[in-house]
Design a protein around this ligand. Structure first.
Ligand code: CMX
Ligand code: CO
Length: 142
């Protein structure tokens, strides 16, 4: 069902500062920058590598407000790994299958994610403390 690690989501206070760190330290390149009001974040995807099942990224996340998922996480735990995003071929089918196993779905239906992807989250309490995102990438443009 899972085709790759699409991205690792990292919560931070200052997006521009962390982008500069990842560029300067690891030589990563920003693939996209977006504000996602629905998710309450300003975020950037930094390209790590291409694999047979698609690309993988680091997603840097700065909250738009304190009362958002990433804002609350930062207040409680400070900066660090916030979630893992796995690639799936079909996010609707994956949600149905995973929900059927008793894992709570934070999104019953996919939402809009970075770079045109369809995304959905699973409750961290049902995944051993790991906030888990399913990512169906936008079909590649030719
Ligand atoms: N990883 C692991 N555990 C987490 C967590 C995370 N990222 N965020 C919250 N939790 C834990 C908390 O520590 C808390 O546990 P305790 O009760 O043991 O203290 C519990 O979950 C409840 O946390 P909360 O602070 O009360 O927060 P809420 O229940 O209001 O929300 C969650 C938690 C996961 C439901 C919410 O953050 C959510 O819906 N997240 C999905 C959306 C999201 O994160 N969007 C931003 C990223 C967008 C993108 O990737 O593009
Ligand atoms: Co993400």
């Amino acid at each position: 069902m899972l085709t790759r690690i699409d991205h690792v989501g990292i919560a931070c206070h200052d997006l521009e500062e962390k982008i500069a760190f990842y560029e300067g330290t690891f030589g990563l390149i920003v693939a996209s920058r977006e504000v996602n009001e629905q998710q309450g974040v300003k975020e950037a995807m930094l390209h790590v590598a291409d694999g047979p099942a698609g690309a993988s990224y680091v997603q840097l996340l700065e909250p738009l407000h304190p009362d958002t998922p990433v804002g609350k996480f930062l207040a409680k735990r400070g900066e660090g790994v916030h979630h893992i995003g796995y690639g799936v071929e079909d996010v609707v089918a994956a949600l149905e299958s995973i929900g059927g196993k008793g894992v709570r779905l934070l999104d019953e239906r996919p939402r809009h994610g970075s770079m045109g992807a369809s995304i959905a989250f699973l409750h961290p309490k049902d995944v051993g403390g790991v906030l888990t995102e399913l990512v169906q990438a936008r079909p590649r443009q030719h």
